[in-house]
Design a protein around this ligand. Sequence first.
Ligand code: MN
Length: 233
Amino acid sequence: MSDYLFDPPAIQSLAVRGEAKRFPIHRLFFVGRNYLAHAEEMGNPIDKATMRPFYFTKTPQALTPSGATVPYPPGTKNFHYEMELVVAIGKPGFRIPAANAHEHIYGYAAGLDMTRRDLQLVAREQGRPWDLGKDVEHSAVCTDIMPMPGQVLSDADISLAVNGVTKQHSNVSKLIWDIREIIEDLSEFYHLQAGDLIYTGTPEGVGPVVAGDQITGQVQGVGEIALTLGPAE
Ligand code: MN
């Protein structure tokens, strides 16, 4: 007999390549504006000398496995893709020096940070939270995790296509705040835990999708992602 009035939420998890056991998800963190050309296309130039990275989160229940078909979400007329490298944290840490950041890396995945761009921009202009724009149901799409314990990924092509037409193409070497710096900075605000995922930001070329579109993307050496947009509910 359960202690709960109703079934508690399921633990979200991702498959791990070459490993029978799954990677259970704790939290989903996202870095905003972490490629210069994307920050500029969004109208926000970055000066690393005077700025720090910023973050938003999505509920773990927003996690969606690669290959899924998801409904076009309610409340938007401008639903955007953002292709991202995802870091999977495998060891807890607080106030982690950049030099030690690699010790906390379990592996990497390819991810999509799907975004109601119209609602995000209204929130931005009005100084309101981004939740309606970003914490969208089914919007944290992620591949299986490629175990790469202790490795700091600093050079890998990242790209995305819609219906086979390339829309984003860059390299993770262009991250403004690199993997070590993100782990150092984020761990000054949170006690990072095994099971945390950090979506590291998207390169330039973001844009809208409509029902019926097929998104494909890849991070070199990490994984290939796919998502199909179904009709609105
Ligand atoms: Mn993003």
